[in-house]
Design a protein around this ligand. Structure first.
Ligand SMILES: CCCCCCCCCCCCCCCCCCCCCCCCCCC/C=C/C(=O)SCCNC(=O)CCNC(=O)[C@H](O)C(C)(C)COP(=O)(O)OP(=O)(O)OC[C@H]1O[C@@H](n2cnc3c(N)ncnc32)[C@H](O)[C@@H]1OP(=O)(O)O
Ligand SMILES: Cc1cc2nc3c(=O)[nH]c(=O)nc-3n(C[C@H](O)[C@H](O)[C@H](O)COP(=O)(O)OP(=O)(O)OC[C@H]3O[C@@H](n4cnc5c(N)ncnc54)[C@H](O)[C@@H]3O)c2cc1C
Length: 670
């Protein structure tokens, strides 16, 4: 794909591509998941790249109003193309991804529709989804309030049932109960699933979802009793400012009773509250779904940043010229490799764990449909934990990639500032990462206590059943080569995760109460949760390598990347591994030595490994990450697009600069 996009110009990276020791096409298939996935992605990426409406090269220079209008234009055009070309769901999703601009459609498709699917009755789904699928209505997910986001049970908006009219009265009783943050709410959405405390027969039954119409379908004005607007500019230029995150206050707004989402609980005509025989946590189902999709987003964002930094690192030269010869490519510096290659490995690791998580989510959903709720806690822990670990690592890595590209990485035209600004809030939305890791820790503490009482854990905690061995085992690693053994790697990750969890459980049990112990130990619990999640990622990477992987040298490269992913974590968290006695100081040094050798082996393949992500120049949106490596011409060209360069003499010269210069000149002549 990218080769076609580059269209026959000089390839400044040809030398790099020639040193690759594997079949890039085969790697594209491994990355995408199948030959079919590569083909569809290519087609959609080309469709976007070749359509002038989807241009984004001046996006960071637009004012907020211009950017918002541009988003509306792109969304409408994308929908038109979706309908004209009869795109499948898979194709439409990719179309949205390659357009690469956050907008109201995200909330409509990723949260509003799934919330109705998961929490609405069949009748409700039929009514609302029919309109939503045709974009006759635009929906959002209005949960967070000014005063509460993480603590969903603390939301204040009320939905009070009035049996005299068979309606709910939706109300914002305080300033802090104002809905605050929902994407698309500010200016676009006509409808929302609004989360509110259900009150009937004088009793508060806690948070439930309600479908509300917010704006007129004739002139888009807010309906009576609804005050609504945008919450203001956000971090960075362009970036998430294309989204109209909104504020909404409700003043006794009446909606029919049948607009309460009634799959999980109902209110009868008489006002009686009835709960279905399903776990109440299914109310949180939409968040579980979205957290799962965010892991795939994280790997995509990380791989974009890495692609930019690797290609640029191969072009950029500094120092080291001997006898007038060429300078050294910055990618050849060992420090550059040790900072960058773990991100390259992480991009692949997150991609594969994301593919597995998608499978897990589908599996759990099928089980839920047949009323088997047993895997729900694990699905919650896996989605919450993986969302946290992958988004935090991705945000940190994008920031580091900017530094890896030196000064030019700080320019908007590098694509990195916007990539960072768009992906940073993923650490917060759909659950703050620390809050979610504490949920994982809670699950781990329960599992440890079940293991202590003789219950055999399953799924991603099955390793905890091997407690006798893992609590006292010593790593068999004795040479640098021993760190190539996946079983040896897996064992130390399992032992570390289990020992950290057991330590926490033992310390909690010494506290006056479970609750106090959990609160006191929460920093340690977060670290134990991270250790468990990193084990999942390492394990899924190792399992991926056991699959049939086609293409010359593809599996070998992935083995190296898997090694880098695992060993860089051992290096980074050596304190954990040493303090839990999982590795010795000598084994830690051997791991680091092995890591250095792996970096050297990956170096000749680095550019080809990022080519395998198969990104077009349009999608990358980076002068530094261009496929052809023609970085300097691109940077030079991009600079002239800046509005400041529209005139040679800047606006403000006559007003401020000229008088100042003249004044100083006069003074100097006195
Ligand atoms: C311009 C371009 C246009 C393109 C146009 C294209 C057009 C073509 C269109 C075609 C189709 C396009 C398709 C588009 C696709 C697009 C792709 C898009 C890419 C972008 C994707 C990303 C989008 C993301 C958008 C993000 C927006 C953000 C939204 C939000 O943030 S919503 C709000 C989220 N809020 C939170 O997450 C709150 C976090 N808090 C909580 O979850 C809870 O409060 C809690 C878990 C922290 C605590 O819960 P609680 O108080 O109940 O307390 P506990 O006692 O701890 O828990 C009790 C009990 O329950 C268990 N439990 C908790 N949670 C869960 C759960 N979720 N599931 C199961 N169980 C749970 C918990 O473990 C306890 O159990 P136990 O008692 O211990 O057993
Ligand atoms: C770009 C963006 C888009 C969003 N889109 C939507 C949307 O479409 N719909 C919607 O409903 N919401 C949306 N949100 C809101 C989002 O879901 C919340 O911001 C998020 O859930 C975090 O909640 P909070 O802001 O209340 O953070 P807080 O909970 O106030 O967190 C503040 C700090 O306190 C810490 N903290 C909080 N509780 C604990 C605890 N128990 N233990 C330890 N530390 C704790 C956190 O780690 C964090 O460091 C969006 C947010 C952003 C940034």
């Amino acid at each position: 794909m990218a080769a076609a996009d580059w269209g026959g110009k000089a390839d400044h990276l040809a030398g790099e591509r020639a040193t690759a020791q594997f079949d890039v096409d085969g790697m594209k298939v491994a990355w995408a998941g199948s030959r079919h996935a590569v083909e569809v992605a290519d087609r959609m990426a080309c469709l976007v790249a070749s359509d002038p409406v989807f241009r984004k090269d001046t996006r960071t220079m637009l004012s907020r109003k211009e950017l918002f209008k541009d988003t509306l234009k792109k969304a409408a055009h994308a929908w038109k193309r979706t309908v004209e070309l009869h795109l499948t769901e898979e194709e439409a999703n990719l179309l949205r991804l390659y357009i690469d601009q956050p907008g109201y459609v995200d909330l409509h498709w990723v949260m509003f529709v799934p919330a109705i699917k998961g929490q609405g009755t069949e009748e409700q789904q039929k009514k609302w989804l029919t309109m939503a699928y045709k974009f006759q209505i635009i929906g959002t997910y209005a949960q967070t309030e000014l005063g509460h986001g993480s603590n969903v049970q603390g939301l204040e908006t009320t939905a009070t049932f009035d049996p005299s009219t068979d309606e709910f009265i939706m109300h914002s009783p305080t300033l802090t109960s104002s809905k605050w943050w929902p994407g698309g709410l500010g200016k676009t959405s006509t409808h929302a699933v609004v989360y509110a405390r259900l009150i009937t027969e004088g009793k508060d039954y806690g948070i439930h979802g309600f479908i509300m119409q917010l704006r007129s379908l004739d002139d888009h004005s807010p309906l009576p009793g609804i005050t609504i607007g945008d919450i203001g500019g956000k971090f960075g230029s362009g970036a998430y400012n294309s989204m109209d995150n909104g504020v909404m206050r409700l003043d006794h707004v009446r909606i029919p009773r049948d607009q309460m989402l009634m799959r999980l609980a109902q209110v009868t005509r008489e006002g009686k509250y009835v709960h279905s025989d399903v776990p109440k946590q299914l109310l949180y189902g939409t968040m579980v779904y979205v957290r799962q999709t965010i892991v795939a987003d994280a790997s995509r964002a990380l791989s974009r940043a890495v692609c930019i930094a690797v290609r640029y690192g191969a072009i950029r030269k500094q120092f080291g010229s001997k006898a007038g010869g060429p300078e050294t490519q910055v990618l050849n510096y060992k420090t550059q490799q040790s900072r960058l290659f773990p991100f390259l490995a992480s991009a692949y690791a997150f991609r594969f764990v994301g593919q597995w998580l998608k499978w897990l989510y589908t599996d759990v959903t099928q089980k839920l449909e047949s009323k088997d709720f047993s895997t729900l806690p694990e699905a919650h822990a896996c989605t919450a934990g993986l969302k946290s670990v992958t988004t935090s690592a991705t945000a940190d890595a994008i920031e580091e990639c900017q530094k890896l590209c030196g000064g030019h990485g700080y320019l908007n035209s590098s694509g990195l500032p916007e990539l960072f600004a768009v992906n940073l809030p993923a650490c917060t939305y759909e659950g703050d990462n620390v809050v979610l890791l504490l949920q994982v820790a809670r699950f781990l503490m329960k599992t440890v206590s079940q293991v202590a009482s003789g219950k055999q854990p399953v799924g991603t905690t099955a390793y905890m059943g091997n407690i006798q061995h893992l609590m006292q085992c010593k790593s068999v690693v004795n040479t640098v080569e021993d760190w190539l053994n996946p079983a040896a790697i897996k064992e130390v990750f399992e032992a570390r995760a289990l020992r950290m969890a057991v330590n926490c459980a033992q310390n909690i049990s010494k506290a006056p109460s479970q609750e106090e112990g959990f609160s006191e130990l929460s920093p340690d619990l977060v670290e134990a949760a991270v250790a468990h999640v990193q084990l999942i990622i390492v394990t899924k990477f190792i399992e991926k390598l056991q699959e049939d992987i086609l293409g010359h040298g593809v599996k070998e490269q992935l083995q190296k990347l898997c090694g880098i992913y695992a060993l860089h974590l051992i290096h980074k968290h050596l304190g954990d591994f040493l303090s839990t006695g999982c590795v010795t100081a000598r084994q830690g040094s051997l791991a680091n030595e092995r890591l250095g050798k792996l970096y050297a082996q990956v170096r000749p393949n680095a550019v080809a490994l990022v080519d395998a992500f198969d990104y077009t120049d349009h999608y990358l949106g980076s002068a530094l990450g261009r496929y052809d490596g023609d970085v300097y011409s691109a940077l030079y060209k991009e600079a002239w697009k800046d509005p400041l360069n529209e005139t040679v003499v800047p606006d403000g010269y006559q007003e401020h600069l000229r008088p100042l210069l003249k004044q100083q000149l006069k003074l100097s002549r006195l």
